[in-house]
Every structure is written in C-alpha cells, then in structure tokens.
Design a protein. Structure first.
Lengths: 287, 420
C-alpha cells in the first residue's frame, strides 16, 4: 500500500517537474516576442533598453506607421510585399504540387535519376547562385522589378517537392487507376482526385511558399537595388529604419512594423488550419 | 468546367505579371533620366532641391529619381554593381579612395567642363569650399567629388547645469565633476574611429598606401615624443574611472536617453537627443585634454566630410555633374544647414552668424583645429576595435607596460597586414 502511494507520488512529482521545465522553456522563448509587442506600444520613438516594459504606453507609433513620410512608407511596402508573396505563393505552390504529382503517380523513364538530381540540387544553399542570378536578371533588364523577384522566388521551388510527394504516395493508387479506367486525363486526376484529398499538404505548401518571399531579405535587397523607397519590400524598409541616423526616431515604429508583419501569416494560417483537421483521404476508399 | 475555374485565376495572374513587366520599361530618348542617392533623413530636402534644379533648366526635361542610400554604406552598395548604382550619390569621405580605385567616381577635372551650363567652373567649386574639404575630395590633385557637409566628426556634449566650462577642459576634471554629481561620461572606445582620437592627439599617425595597405606607428614613439604605451595608460586611466561609461558603437543616443550621462563624445547626429536630454543645460565644446605624465595633451579627432560624387559609369555624366554641383552649391548647403542642421563646407556659410550660434556645429568647428582626416585601409578597423575593447573592459593593466606594448605590436601587425 505504502509502496503504491510512493509510486504515485513519484509520478505526480515527475509530471510537475516536466511541466515546470516546459513552462520555463516557454517563458524563455516568449520573452523576445513579448518584448517586441510591448516595445511597439511605447510612447518613446527611439531605442530604450534600460527598462523591459516601456515607461509610457501609446499606440502613436502604429498611427505614425500608417502616415507615411519619406523614410517610412509602411503601407506601400506592405502592399508590395503582399503582391509579390501572393504571386509567388500561387506559382510555386503549383510547381511543387505538380512536380510532386508527376514523381509520385506517373511513371516515366529517368524518373529516379531526375528525382535524385532535384533533391541534390535543392541541398545546395540558394545563396550560392546569388551573383549568377543577379547578372542573369540584369542582362534581361529584370532587376528592380517585381517580376524578376517573383521569378527568383518561384523558379526553383519545384525542387522542394519531396514532402508533397511523400504525401501523395499515401493516396491509394486504386483511386487513380479507377479514375483512369473511367477515362480521366492526368490533369483531371491531379485536380479532381488527388488534390481534394491532399488538403493538409496543399495547406502546408501554400503557407511555406507564402512565407518565403514574405520574410526574405537577401534576394529582395539584391534585386531591388535602385534604392527607391516606395518600391521596397517590408523587410528592406524595416531594415533601413535601423540606420544609425534614423534609429532614434524610428525604432518603435520598427517594432510596430515587426508586429504587423506577423498578421498576414497568422490570418493565412487560421484560414488554412481548418483544412488540417479534415481527415486525409476522408473515407474515399471504402472497406 | 471546374478546370476552367482553376485556370481563370492562373491566366489572370499571368496577365497581371506581363502587365507589370510592361510597366517597367519606360524611358524616352529626349528626357535626361538620372538617379540620385541620398541619406534617408535628407529625402524631403533632396526632393525639394531636385524640383528647383528642374526649374533652373526649363528647356530640358528630366526624369530624376531619388533613392535611399545612407552615406555610411554608399561604398558597399555602389561597389556591389557600379553600373546599377545611381548617377549621383552621396558618401562619406573615407570611402573616396576605394570608390576612385573602382572607377565609381568620375574625374571632375575631365568632365567638369559640363558646369559651364550653370555658368560655373570647377575652380569656383574649389574656392567656395573649405580647403581641407577640397583636399579630402581629391586624389593625386584631381577633384573627384563635390564637398557637401563637414559634420562627420565628434566632439563633447555636456550638461552645463552639472558641469562647468572649467570641468570640461580636461578628462580628469570632467570625470571628477561627473563622479561628484553621480553621473557618467560616455564615449565609444571599441571603434577605431573614436579611439584613434587619443593617438592622433598625442601626435601619432596613420596612412594609406597605394596598394590599400595601412601604415601605423602606434607601437613606437610619436612626433610629440610620447610612446604608444603612455597613450594606452592614459586611456586605461580614463576607462577605469568609475564615472566613465564605455558605450558600444551606435548606442550613445540610447544611453543619452536613459538619463545616466552628463556628457558624452558624439557627433551632430545625436544633437537632437542631447538637446532633449540636457534641456536648458545643453552645451557642446571641443574634446577635453588627457594626461600623459605631467602633460595635458589635447585629444584629437577624426574629421569627415560628406561628398556628392558622380558615377563614372553614368550615361549622362554631364547633367549628373551639373546636378551634383547644384546640390552642393551655396544656396543648397544653406538649406541643408537650415533644415537638417548639417555642418556646411561652404566658406561664406561657415562665416555666417547662424552657424556660430548653432551649439553642436560651433563645437565641431572648435574641434576641427585638432582633427585630421583619417587615412586608413580596410585592415585597420578590426584590430583597432579589439584594442578599444581590451581597454574598455580592463583587459590590460596600466602597470603592465610589456603587456600593453605586446597589444600595440599585435595591433600594428594586424593593421599593416597585406590586403589579399
């Protein structure tokens, strides 16, 4: 009896310890985010690291952010980035899913070697090709244009097909064969049979291909190099606010911008999340 | 049917893409298109000046775009792709040599004839601006840029309600008075731009060779007869004082705003913050003297200018030269001073009363007697920053002369290393 009690006590205390550890880790991870949020509501425009919470609270910097001046044209940057991200999202989602479908469902010569090559190519960091990409774009007069940027973001996205392919592999082959017997073309199988059953991976692909351009700094900085403020993306614009001559008057606006940037991502996730919940093949194949 | 539904947005997207790309291509043959880069904070004023420039030449149609590029990073951005860089751009004087070497600046002696459109000559430009600034904008006697501002230097801000004019004359009295008031004096030591001030003050030098390497004599004895070890000992004495606060590069304004400082070494970019913080006590003056043995040695400083240069690869060099000259002429510099509190290089504006009454710019002018243009190559910055950090963090001991000498030898070795 006593032993049982002891065991139970041990169990409870280990649960408490585990949870405590998790709570402490969560607290540590959340500090920067809480700090960003708090600082963005500061009434002081510059950087003040002497206190964690701002001395005076205000939404003034958010208001300022939406009243552009020559330095901070946040609404314009937001729109620019949003347009770029949306186009990239559509194009690269298509690429990824189509490549994944082809490699998963269709059978053609050189399938295996092509797949291997794609994976190996994708292992190289994209930054390696940066200079080559820049001069190629420049010779086509595509630097300082959003088209160039969208092309860079979405062109090689098909190489990241592996996860989606893994998902398509789990869709019962019987379904595709049934559709084919009924006279479906590959396109129809893709659009009307496979895709509706693969919502989670579509959601995952959409979100990840939206996030890439939304948060990219390196390529945007390289390609949009004319320095025209109204053409910036959010990442470049916010970065420019941290210049030593500007940081005093724009640091809090920078934080506010950082908070606002997270909104479209959250919205996208909330919209897409409900598709995650739905079952994978939702009872398409019966017993 | 459903396929059509999916295709429609894709086609719409494709159309929109081609529309955007279509819009990117524009440029008429008659209009002169120029791009100009200037600092973020100057954008509004540059816009105004460009409008005036267009109005000054009504017969010519211009398409002038103004981009953002801060003076301190201009070199890196321009040299990334000189052809894609702006036709006219603003940069800090220490970048001149590298820009000229890369062909990113047009030799104004060759293309300066274009100024006759404005009824001026290059000699007018040279005589209108402070001699030192013209010298700093020249390589081998050829002028490569138009001087625009001479405020890229540092001096001492102080709170005159805490410190008297006698207090700020020397570091010893300054720190003693600050300690008595329970406040601190801030300076950035971990930067070769700031900590060179002690060495320059004691008569040491740096120099730049043709091949981009740096010469430096800080581990020996200076013209004035002081040794590098003595200078470091003096710096350690200052850094070790409880009233001294070593501040990371770029963090001065933050520390000013926190209210802990009663004085700090900084430049005109912190004028507004200092003014807000010190209120009625806001004052500025030349840097104090520091003690080596029995002597009081005036702390030197680095003088920097802001230049406007013309891209050597510009397709409209002539008009670019005229525009660069317009942005830097007397009327424009006056506007920069009025609106941006930017220290002018134009002789007649410097002589005006308004400049003398501006506390920060007057202090800068006072310090300029002890300042010099810092001639160093790219290898200078890291070792000198390390030395500053060692001093700021007490990594060296004042009585350990051999240790200090070793640190200085390491510095010299690192700075004079060949450029790969």
């Amino acid at each position: 009896m006593e032993k049982k009690m002891k065991l139970k006590e041990n169990r409870t205390s280990s649960i408490v310890l585990h949870n405590l550890l998790i709570a402490v880790l969560a607290f540590i991870w959340l500090i920067p985010i809480v700090w960003l949020l708090c600082t963005s509501f500061s009434a002081y425009s510059g950087m003040n690291t002497s206190t964690f919470f701002p001395k005076e609270w205000s939404v003034a910097q958010y208001v300022k952010l939406f009243h552009p001046d020559t330095v901070a044209q946040f609404p314009q940057w937001f729109l620019n980035t949003f347009v770029i991200a949306c186009f990239t999202c559509v194009i690269s989602t298509m690429f990824v899913l189509m490549v994944a479908y082809a490699t998963s469902v269709m059978r053609f010569p050189m399938r295996k070697p092509l797949m291997n090559m794609a994976v190996i190519l994708n292992l190289f960091p994209g930054m390696l090709a940066m200079i080559a990409v820049y001069f190629t774009l420049k010779s086509f007069n595509l630097t300082n244009s959003y088209v160039g940027l969208i092309m860079v973001y979405s062109a090689s996205s098909g190489l990241g097909y592996l996860i989606a392919k893994g998902f398509f592999d789990t869709v019962p082959r019987a379904l595709c064969e049934a559709a084919r017997i009924d006279g479906c073309s590959e396109a129809r199988i893709f659009w009307q049979v496979i895709l509706p059953m693969s919502r989670p991976i579509v959601v995952y692909t959409v979100i990840s291909s939206f996030l890439g351009p939304w948060m990219d700094f390196v390529y945007a900085k390289m390609i949009l190099n004319a320095g025209i403020s109204s053409k910036y993306t959010v990442a470049i614009g916010l970065y420019k606010m941290l210049d030593k001559s500007l940081i005093n008057s724009y640091f809090t606006q920078f934080c506010a911008g950082g908070v606002l940037v997270s909104i479209p991502i959250s919205v996208l996730f909330v919209i897409m999340q409900r598709f995650y919940v739905e079952g994978i093949t939702g009872g398409a194949v019966k017993g | 049917m459903k396929l059509k539904k999916v295709l429609a947005p894709v086609l719409a997207a494709a159309m929109a893409v081609s529309m955007i790309s279509g819009m990117c291509v524009s440029a008429e043959s008659e209009t002169i298109s120029l791009t100009m880069w200037g600092a973020e904070e100057d954008q509004a004023l540059l816009g105004e000046l460009v409008e005036e420039f267009k109005a000054a030449y009504p017969d010519q149609t211009f398409d002038i775009q103004i981009g953002v590029e801060s003076e301190s990073t201009a070199k890196d951005t321009v040299l990334t792709d000189v052809e894609a860089a702006a036709d006219v751009y603003s940069f800090a004087s220490d970048q001149l040599y590298d820009l000229v070497k890369a062909g990113a600046l047009a030799n104004l002696e060759e293309v300066g004839a274009a100024l006759q459109v404005a009824g001026r000559t290059l000699d007018d430009v040279k005589s209108a601006n402070v001699e030192a600034s013209v010298e700093a904008a020249s390589v081998d006697g050829n002028l490569y840029a138009f001087p625009r501002a001479g405020d890229n230097g540092y001096f001492l801000y102080y709170d005159s309600s805490v410190l008297s004019e006698e207090d700020v004359a020397s570091w010893d009295s300054l720190l003693a008075a600050a300690d008595a008031a329970g406040k601190k004096v801030g300076m950035t030591l971990a930067s070769g731009w700031y900590n060179a001030s002690f060495f320059y003050g004691a008569g040491f030098n740096t120099g730049l060779n043709e091949d981009g390497t740096t010469t430096i004599d800080w581990n020996g004895t200076s013209e004035s007869g002081y040794t590098g070890v003595q200078v470091v000992q003096a710096m350690l004495g200052i850094a070790g004082n409880p009233a001294f606060m070593a501040i990371a590069d770029g963090d001065i304004s933050n520390q000013l705003a926190s209210g802990a400082l009663c004085a700090c070494v900084s430049g005109t970019w912190d004028a507004i913050t200092a003014q807000e913080q010190f209120g009625d006590g806001y004052a500025a003056t030349k840097l104090p003297t520091f003690t080596i043995g029995e002597d009081q040695v005036q702390q030197g400083s680095v003088a920097g200018y802001k230049f406007i240069g013309v891209n050597g690869y510009s397709k409209n060099v002539g008009w670019a030269v005229v525009l660069a000259d317009f942005i830097t002429n007397e009327a424009s510099q006056q506007k920069f001073f009025d609106q941006r509190e930017s220290g002018p290089t134009n002789n007649s504006i410097i002589a005006s009363d308004a400049v003398a009454e501006n506390i920060a710019i007057a202090a800068l002018a006072e310090q300029s007697a002890y300042s010099k243009v810092q001639m160093v190559g790219g290898k200078y910055w890291d070792p000198s920053q390390t030395l500053g950090e060692l001093i700021a963090q007490g990594g060296l001991k004042a009585d350990d002369e051999a240790g200090i000498q070793a640190a200085l030898d390491t510095l010299v070795e690192g700075v004079t290393a060949p450029v790969e």
